[in-house]
Design a protein around this ligand. Structure first.
Ligand SMILES: [Zn+2]
Length: 552
């Protein structure tokens, strides 16, 4: 299939092209002109479009896909993290962390605070790091390092001094200060106690936020990601996005989710409308509202239909927390829908998922089937009664498949505390899909890796790429490769209201494309996550290119 006249800017030939277009699922060649796809087919079909100035890339059998779209991630926060001292990708040991922090602190002598994030609890005895270890890395200035899941922090002695935290400081209502045998702070702060130190840390400036976005965007482009939905943006962060987009640096397509403040009610909607109006800049939009309806299962705050168990398997009576009253939620979602906002729910527990869908149903009843495309993210425990509702309500099932495996989080912190029947309803991705749910793919970066091919590997195998000899977790809920890739392309394009122009390789669509280093249709399922991205294009322009692309 071809369209228009004139030579192409780029032809990609000899590939294993997965179009994610059911009408023509496979091809070997694609031509691009003026930022759009102008031909998809066999090499002879695009050859006629190649002129003397056309760049020709021989794919040598490698896979060409639509650009990946991450429908739940946190790049604006990740970007600021990347400018500090990130620990995420280091091998998780105390000495590695101390060395990295020391090097960073030495290289940045002008910083008043040494800040970072991404440490892994399992690197420390009992999961609680000591201030003395951090003092070895930096002693002259306060240092504060947030852990990988964002629920705790590691501080040095100087940080406790400037915050005035001593043995006499009580724990806050919503957190805990880890202490030594004398009651002195030992180095770890849990949940709300992090704020006792964090409130002293200077807020990032708009310029810093924009600079961080540049780092986050480059990181995501290296992984083949050409668009995303940023799942948590407050007004200062959105100002950073605007500055970044206004200066012409935004090469990804972004839908920013404005953050629903749980204690503010519908009065905040007016502000959302204003922010949306001023934030449509280039590839940026702020057309979605993120509502967090519950917490997480590991600390028993995910909202459940049945109570959590204690360590002996007895019911605790605790069913988690509804962050938003379910009756009020119906009214909020109905109002947002009228205002033309998409709602992106955070819901992990089966009760939270039900309440989110009940709210969508209330909006549908009041407003009819608008095109607002509400979607529910995380979907850890989902009751079978909800599976067909996604289709009936035209709500997206936003899956983070990287979590659907037997990792420590699952085997040590989750399964023992759920009634077995509920534990067996976790991440029911295949069941939801069979019931007609539209799958939308996300990572929750920086909570987990934004590497889409690693996420796809878990979706297909239900085994973590970090522990490939583990047994699969509820393997009947595995989905096939094509279905998983569709979630991270067309599915997420739908969630971003960009499915008419992106998400598949079709003539007339924007040339947001990704080339992998191998033919993934021939790769073993438990090696899919090893695939690397050699080329990422936004509207036909390379935003990441690896030298290996042109090598035989
Ligand atoms: Zn998130």
């Amino acid at each position: 299939m071809t369209s228009g006249a004139g030579p192409a800017d780029l032809v990609l030939v000899g590939g294993s092209v997965m179009t994610i277009n059911p009408v023509r699922p496979a091809a070997t060649a694609v031509a691009v002109r003026g930022g759009r796809i102008v031909a998809v087919g066999a090499e002879r079909e695009v050859a006629a479009l190649a002129g003397s100035r056309t760049r020709r890339i021989d794919l040598r059998g490698r896979t060409l896909l639509p650009g990946f779209i991450d429908a739940h991630c946190h790049p604006v926060m990740a970007g600021v993290d990347l400018m500090r001292c990130p620990l995420h990708e280091l091998s998780p040991t105390i000495e590695t962390y101390v060395d990295a922090i020391h090097t960073y602190a030495e290289a940045n002598p002008a910083l008043d605070w040494v800040l970072g994030n991404g440490w892994y609890m399992a690197a420390f005895p009992g999961g609680t790091p000591m201030r003395q270890d951090l003092d070895r890395a930096v002693a002259d200035r306060p240092a504060l390092f947030i852990n990988r899941d964002g629920h705790g922090a590691w501080a040095n002695t100087r940080a406790f001094e400037v915050a005035g935290i001593t043995a006499a400081t009580p724990d806050p209502a919503d957190g805990r200060i880890e202490r030594d045998e004398h009651g002195e702070p030992s180095g770890t702060l849990h949940e709300g106690a992090v704020e006792l130190v964090h409130r002293l840390v200077p807020e990032p400036t708009i310029d810093e936020i924009a600079e961080g976005l540049g780092l986050a965007q480059a990181y995501l482009h290296r992984l083949g990601i050409t668009a995303w939905q940023d799942a948590w943006v407050t007004p200062p962060w959105l100002a950073g996005y605007r500055s970044f987009a206004e200066s012409g640096r935004l090469t990804a397509r972004v839908v920013a989710c404005q953050w629903w403040e749980r204690n503010q009610g519908e009065a905040q909607i007016e502000g959302f409308v204003e922010e949306r109006a001023r934030s449509s800049i280039g590839r940026l939009e702020a057309t979605t509202i993120k509502i967090m309806t519950d917490g997480v299962a590991e600390n028993f705050t995910a909202s459940m239909l049945e109570p959590y168990l204690d360590a002996h398997g007895h019911s605790t009576g605790n069913r988690g927390i509804d962050f938003v009253d379910p009756e009020l939620l119906k009214g909020f979602v109905t109002k947002l829908d009228v205002q033309g906002f998409q709602v992106h729910f955070h819901a992990l527990g089966d009760r939270a998922v039900r309440q989110a869908l009940d709210a969508v149903e209330a909006a549908r009843r009041a407003n009819g089937m608008t095109d607002m495309r509400p979607h529910v993210a995380h979907l850890q425990v989902v009751d079978p009664a909800e599976w067909p509702r996604f289709r009936a309500l035209d709500a997206g099932a936003n899956i983070e498949p990287y979590w659907a495996c037997n990792d420590d989080q699952m085997t040590d912190l989750t399964l023992p505390f759920l009634p077995p029947k509920r534990g067996a309803l976790q991440y029911p991705i295949a069941s939801m899909q069979r019931a007609g749910a539209r799958l939308v793919g996300g990572s929750d970066w920086t909570v987990s890796t934004p590497n889409v091919m690693a996420e796809v590997e878990v979706a297909v195998t239900r085994i973590s790429p970090e522990k490939r000899d583990e047994s699969p977790f509820l393997p009947r809920e595995a989905i096939d490769l094509e279905t998983a890739l569709r979630a991270f392309t067309m599915g997420s394009a739908w969630a971003n209201h960009r499915d008419a122009t992106t998400g598949s390789i079709e003539v007339g669509k924007l040339a947001d494309l990704v080339v992998l280093d191998r033919d993934i249709t021939r790769e073993r399922a438990n090696r899919l996550g090893d695939a690397r991205v050699l080329l990422t294009l936004t509207e036909g322009e390379p935003v990441h290119e690896d030298a290996a692309l042109e090598m035989a």
